[in-house]
Structures are given as C-alpha cells and as structure tokens.
Design a protein around this ligand. Structure first.
Ligand code: SAH
Ligand code: SF4
Ligand code: F3S
Length: 473
C-alpha cells in the first residue's frame, strides 16, 4: 500500500530516472480471458493516451472491452482532477458501480488517473468506497496488472499511489483508438505551478522522453500508415530542458517533421516557453500544422500575476502577432478562466478586450474551480457563483462570434481534410479535420477517402463546424 502525500508532490528536487522496458509477467498472460472491461476516461489527451496504454495492458491479460458498464466484469475509471465537475462525474459513476456490485459480487472496480493522486480523494475512497479492488496513481500505470491480480487473490483493496515520479517506462503495449491519428508523449509532468492548477501535484515534475525513443515511435507510426501525430505534454515547449543542453522543442519539431509523416501537431504550449526558433520551424515545414493552442487564461495583468502565469498581456500579444505574421494561415486557440479569486468586472472586461483583439479560432472557457492544496484555493474568493456564470456566458457570446467569423473565411475555398470516417449523424456523409483543426462534414465522398488527406470545397460555415463537398484526392 502506497498512499499519496502532498508534501512529497510539492518537492521540486531533480532526480535521476531509471529507464525500464515493460514486459507482462508470463503468468498474467490471458489470465482474465473471457472477461470484459468498461474503461471510462475523463480529462485531457494525456489521460486519453494513458487509456490507450491501459487498454494495451489489459488486452495482454485477456480482457475485451465493452461500452456497456452493466455487462462489464471490470469497471475502470481513468479520472481527472482539473475541476470540481470532473470529480463529480467520476464519483457518480463509482456510485453506479457500487449498486451493480451489490448484485454482481465478482465485479472488479478500479480507479486510476489524476484523482488517485489526491489525498482527499483517497481518504474518501477508503471511508466510503472500500469495495474497490485497486487504485493506481499516474506514475505507475505499468503496475496496474499487479494491483489487479493481487486484489483478486487477496480479496482486498490495493492502493498503489506514488507522489513523485518513478522510472520512465518504455515499450508499453499501446492500443490506439484512432487508426490515422496518434498521440505521442514527449514530456511528462509540469513544473509551472500556476496557482490554480492541480496538474503539477498529480503528474509530477517535468521529465522529457529521450529524442531517440520519440523518433523511433513516430517512424513506426509512419510505417503503419498513420497520417498525423500529436506531440503531447502539459507544456511541450519545455521539451528537452531537463535532458539536453542543445536540443529543445524547436529541434525536436524539425526532426519529427523531417520523418515525413503528413501531419504534425503539438499540445499544449505555455506562452512563456514559446521560442522564436519554434515559430521559424513551424513556418518552415509544410507538415507542421498551422494550428497552435496558446492558453492565455486571463486578459488582466493583475490576475495573470495572481495566477503565476509568468507573462503579461503585452508579451502575450507580441508572441501572438509574431505567430500570425510568420506562420501562413495560422489558427490560434486558447483556454480562459473566469471568476478567479478577486477578479473584478474591470479585470473581466480586459479579458473581453483581449478576445476581441485575438479573434481566436477556438477557445475553451471555464469557471474557476478551487482545487485542493493549490495556492489559489487559499485566496479569498468573494465573487458569487451567479456572477461567475454570467461572466462565462458573456465571454462565450463573444468567443463564439469569432469562431463563426473565422469559419466563414473558408466559404467557397478548397481545403485539405484528413478524413476519419463516416459521419455519426448522417449516414451518407463523412467527417474529418482541416490543417487548422476545424471539423468538416463532407458530402458525396466514398469509403476510399477514409484515412486520406483530400481536397474539400467548403459550402457552409457554422460556429463549430464546416460543411463541404469532396473534390479530389
Ligand atoms: N498545461 C496546459 C493546461 C492544462 S489544463 C496549459 O498550461 O496551457 C487545461 C485548462 O484547464 C487550463 O488551461 C485552464 O484554463 C483550465 N484549468 C486548470 N485549472 C483550473 C481550475 N482550477 N479551475 C478552472 N479551470 C482550470
Ligand atoms: Fe497547470 Fe500551469 Fe502546468 Fe498548465 S502550465 S498544467 S495550467 S500548472
Ligand atoms: Fe485532468 Fe489530469 Fe489531464 S487533472 S486535465 S487528466 S493531467
């Protein structure tokens, strides 16, 4: 049993990481043959990718997967801590699992992901949800098979959560969800400690993967006909800082692009670490997509300072406009928090002004949610919820007008779309994404275009999607 510990999670000392290659224990192979798993993923791409690894681990143990939790033998929740509602959703599902367990005594239930790293969550689980089989933290998902087997053999809950990062494990069996687009982790953890954010506590310190491992993984993906890779990390721009003196995100991007995979993306970028060299590389390579997620969080310098974001609006805008000038056809998206402690109407109006200047192609907007153990949770938060909701509504009204305005610029133009499959809503339509990551619903296509980058003429523009007609390959 290893329980999470915030004191340790906060420490910032640098450590040496042992590297290991994963291998399933011989006696675990197909141990659960015939059993079905319901795996529910909450949160960001990091978690989605972890779920692809978990799917790989469980497949080797004989599991198949189901979308119906009622027919599952194992219910596994890969959880997120970023805001209160993510918590609520996971606890709601745990409640349903508990009911099911009353009828189905052999049902196995597990929890992993960021919530596992929270002291408060673990205390709650031990008090009210001790019927769980296992809890595994974010630093050791490779130990999930051990925890599962042990819980079944010993008939009691296994909690294996480490508050600091452990060895970097390569060679994990990954079962990717998408056949054409792949996530590739380049850096784990985050060292930024923005005052509102729980991620540095749930994901540990920044650790880059070796460039050779990353390039090797992408070479294989290319051989398997993948059309797109997204380089993943909480702050990809810090890539290499902990490993190399003269190899950074700019060099990695260039090396990845040179492998010739048709589309390269990366996320997320902290504005503070975005270098000119990176902008030059993005502008130089046609296969690095002109689509950048550049979270701003607030338009007020006072709030940015309280958030610990390490930039001000002037430097953010300088960077923003440099990208727009140097990168052809560049689409920029962002994240914004409203209702941060002490945010005044004046601060909020500065956010609206910024949005009007940047005219983002996409924006994810959130009401501030206090997170256990973060510095912002101790700040005096005297804005009523109704005011926060009203600010979110007003902000969304403004950002939405620009999504539509930007989409309308594509009307009657031919764009390149990576077609992912048949539309879920209309049987005869297909769907895919442009280089700038806009969703396009395509008429008059055929099954041959799936998995290919094709030309589509845009015939209608909506706020969150485009309609188009297939032109040619
Ligand atoms: N590493 C990324 C962000 C990851 S979290 C970055 O720094 O850009 C995704 C988004 O969730 C953040 O950009 C922020 O807008 C939002 N977020 C994080 N913590 C939050 C909190 N406590 N309350 C509300 N939104 C939050
Ligand atoms: Fe959280 Fe800030 Fe790190 Fe992003 S950069 S994960 S917001 S601490
Ligand atoms: Fe959530 Fe953890 Fe991602 S808190 S947003 S799943 S890193």
């Amino acid at each position: 049993m290893h329980l999470p510990n915030y004191k340790e999670a906060k420490t910032t000392d640098k450590r040496e990481y042992e590297e290991k290659n994963y291998k399933l224990k011989e006696e675990y192979k197909d141990k659960f043959l015939g059993k079905k798993c319901f795996l529910k993923t909450y949160g960001c791409q990091m978690n989605e990718h972890d779920s692809e690894i978990i799917t790989g681990l469980l497949t080797e143990m004989g599991f198949t997967f189901t979308d119906d939790y009622l027919e599952a033998d194992l219910i596994l929740l890969n959880t997120c801590s970023i805001r209160e509602n993510a918590h609520n959703k996971a606890f709601g599902m745990l409640g349903r699992a508990k009911h099911l367990k009353e009828e189905k005594k052999d049902l196995m239930i597990g929890l992993c992901g960021c919530m596992a790293q929270e002291e408060g969550v673990i205390t709650n689980l031990l008090e009210k949800y001790s019927y769980l089989n296992f809890v595994i933290g974010t630093h050791n998902i490779f130990e999930l098979p051990d925890a599962l087997v042990k819980s079944v053999e010993e008939g009691k809950i296994q909690i294996e959560v480490y508050s600091r990062e452990r060895e970097l494990v390569e060679n994990l069996p990954t079962k990717r969800k998408n056949k054409f687009k792949a996530y590739v982790t380049i850096i784990y953890g985050c060292d930024k400690f923005c005052t509102y954010c729980i991620v540095p506590y749930t994901r540990g310190r920044q650790r880059s993967r070796k460039k050779e491992e990353i390039l090797e993984e992408i070479k294989k993906l290319k051989e398997e006909n993948y059309q797109e890779v997204t380089l993943l990390g909480q702050n990809v721009n810090a890539y290499g800082k902990d490993l190399y003196e003269d190899y950074s995100m700019a060099e990695l991007l260039a090396d990845v692009a040179s492998l010739g995979i048709p589309r390269v993306r990366f996320m997320t970028s902290h504005p503070w670490d975005f270098t000119d060299a990176m902008i030059d590389v993005i502008a130089k390579y046609d296969n690095i997509m002109p689509s950048i997620h550049l979270p701003v969080q607030s338009g007020s310098d006072r709030i940015l300072k309280l958030m610990g974001r390490r930039y001000n609006i002037e430097s953010y805008l300088t960077l923003f406009h440099k990208m727009k000038e140097r990168i052809k056809n560049c689409a920029i998206s962002t994240d914004i928090i409203v209702g941060f402690p002490t945010e005044t109407e004046e601060d909020f109006e500065k956010t609206l002004e910024l949005v009007k200047e940047c005219k983002y192609d996409n924006a994810f907007t959130f009401i501030y949610s206090p997170r256990e153990n973060t510095p912002a949770a101790k700040m005096k938060d005297d804005i009523p919820l109704s005011e926060k909701e009203s600010r979110l509504y007003r902000l969304n009204e403004v950002v939405n007008t620009y999504f539509l305005e930007n989409n309308k610029k594509l009307l009657n133009k031919e764009v390149e779309v990576l077609v992912e499959g048949k539309s879920l809503k209309k049987d005869e339509e297909y769907f895919g994404y442009t280089d700038t990551n806009k969703l396009v619903n395509i008429k008059n296509g055929n099954d041959d275009i799936i998995g290919k980058i094709v030309k589509v003429k845009i015939t209608d523009a909506k706020t969150w999607s485009l309609d188009g007609e297939y032109v040619s390959r």
